[in-house]
Design a protein around this ligand. Structure first.
Ligand code: GLV
Ligand code: MN
Ligand code: MN
Length: 406
């Protein structure tokens, strides 16, 4: 039994047309118009593959294929929201790869012992509504419903209102029940597999991530008559913070640190910036490493405050602890690679994935597909059809091992 890349490539391509940019990638921010159109497409494909589709109170979409037995399903999936100007594979591959698994089982008339479910998680990226992996986190008990519903985007629109607006507010009773196992196929988004010359990887865990917001308060004033010594320039201070954050990561092995969003007020040419709000994303494979980065950032804030006349408030609003996947589920993925005669790597993920929160409630694992140039969260993200096919077949055979057949 095999997944052929043709159909999978076609559905990835068609989903990518929704919110597409001329350069190959596109934008499907969670609960926006393009995300809704993408959901409608995926729902249609799920139904055409014979899945019974339901939508839960976070907008998570689940398609069920019965097994010979009742009871917990083997859950396969990922997300179809994207970052701004993202690639076509991040997330989509895991949902559409899972759909292809169902089509292959249908084509071969295979009945699995356990039910199979395909899931499209809402708001994995956390770009429009922070934090990331929000709705797998909600279903896993990590985030309260009120918290999720009350999250707002940069225009002040509430998650709950947007979910209702796009017609994907479902029922609490339709949340995915704790699965027997969870598998997520994803592009690597990093350089490890390419450097090793390997098409696929068995993902043994996900690094720790913490997100903070720094608010730098200075004083807006005229850019001409205000002498340098009297200024409280929030952006000049924020610039020190941005370079300091980069330094923090250079000083600690395996650390990465990023300032990815910055809002400057009033953001005009001839006014000294009075306020800057910026994000800080810190990551490390160990909990101690993550805390070292946070402590370094706090010290940096004191130093910048001492050297300038601004005030800086730090809000650490999300932490996703380093997580190892389940050994038994990893065994199933390795056995699938071996059965297919595919050379595979073993690695940790530097990106967050819904599998992190699923591991809280059930045995979970991930499969990576080699990323060309290691690029992702940009429009140049690319994986070859051969590698995509290899990854989807690992997903198929690992799923069959976990679900069993009759
Ligand atoms: C999610 O894609 C993350 O790692 O930020
Ligand atoms: Mn992703
Ligand atoms: Mn992503």
């Amino acid at each position: 039994m095999r997944v052929e890349v043709g159909l999978l490539g076609e559905s990835v391509g068609r989903l990518a047309e929704v919110g597409a940019s001329p350069v190959g990638g596109g934008t499907r921010l969670a609960l926006g118009g393009a995300a809704r159109a993408g959901r409608d497409l995926v729902r249609g494909w799920m139904e055409a593959a014979g899945l019974r589709v339901r939508v839960d109170d976070f907008g998570n979409m689940v398609g069920r294929r019965d097994g010979a037995e009742e009871g917990p399903a083997v859950l396969l999936g990922s997300h179809c929201d994207s970052v701004r100007r993202g690639g076509r594979f991040d997330g989509a591959l895991g949902v559409l790869g899972a759909l292809e698994v169902v089509r292959a089982l249908n084509d071969h008339g295979v009945t699995t012992r356990r039910p199979l479910e395909v899931v499209n998680w809402t708001n994995e990226e956390g770009v429009r509504f922070e934090p990331a992996m929000m709705c797998s986190g909600a279903v896993s008990g990590r985030f309260a419903k009120d918290y999720v519903y009350g999250r707002t985007d940069r225009d002040g629109r509430r998650f709950a209102d947007e979910l209702r607006r796009i017609g994907y507010l479902g029922r609490e009773a339709d949340r995915p029940a704790p699965p027997a196992a969870y598998l997520e196929l994803h592009v690597e988004q990093g350089p490890v597999l390419e450097a090793a010359g390997l098409p696929v990887g068995v993902v043994e865990g996900i690094v720790g991530i913490t997100w903070l917001e720094a608010t730098v308060e200075g004083r807006a004033d005229h850019a001409g008559p205000s002498p340098m010594r009297l200024r409280r320039d929030a952006l000049a201070a924020a610039a020190r913070l941005v370079s300091g954050v980069e330094e923090l990561a250079h000083r600690l092995t395996d650390a990465v640190a990023t300032v990815g969003r910055l809002a400057v007020e009033p953001n005009v040419i001839n006014t000294i910036p009075g306020k800057v709000v910026m994000s800080v994303d810190l990551r490390h494979p160990s909990p101690e490493g993550l805390e070292t980065l946070v402590a370094g950032l706090e010290k940096l804030v004191w130093e910048v405050e001492a050297r300038t006349k601004v005030h800086i408030a730090l809000d650490r609003f999300w932490t996703s602890e380093p997580t190892s996947f389940d050994p038994g589920t990893l065994d199933a993925v390795r056995a699938a690679c071996e059965g297919l005669g595919l050379p595979f790597g073993r690695l940790w993920s530097g990106a967050g994935h819904d599998a992190k929160y699923l591991q809280d409630v059930c045995p979970s694992a991930m499969i990576f597909v080699r990323s060309a140039g290691g690029l992702s969260h940009c429009e140049e993200e690319y994986s070859t059809p051969e590698d995509v096919e290899a990854g989807a077949n690992v997903l198929l055979h690992a799923a069959v091992r976990l679900a069993g057949t009759v």
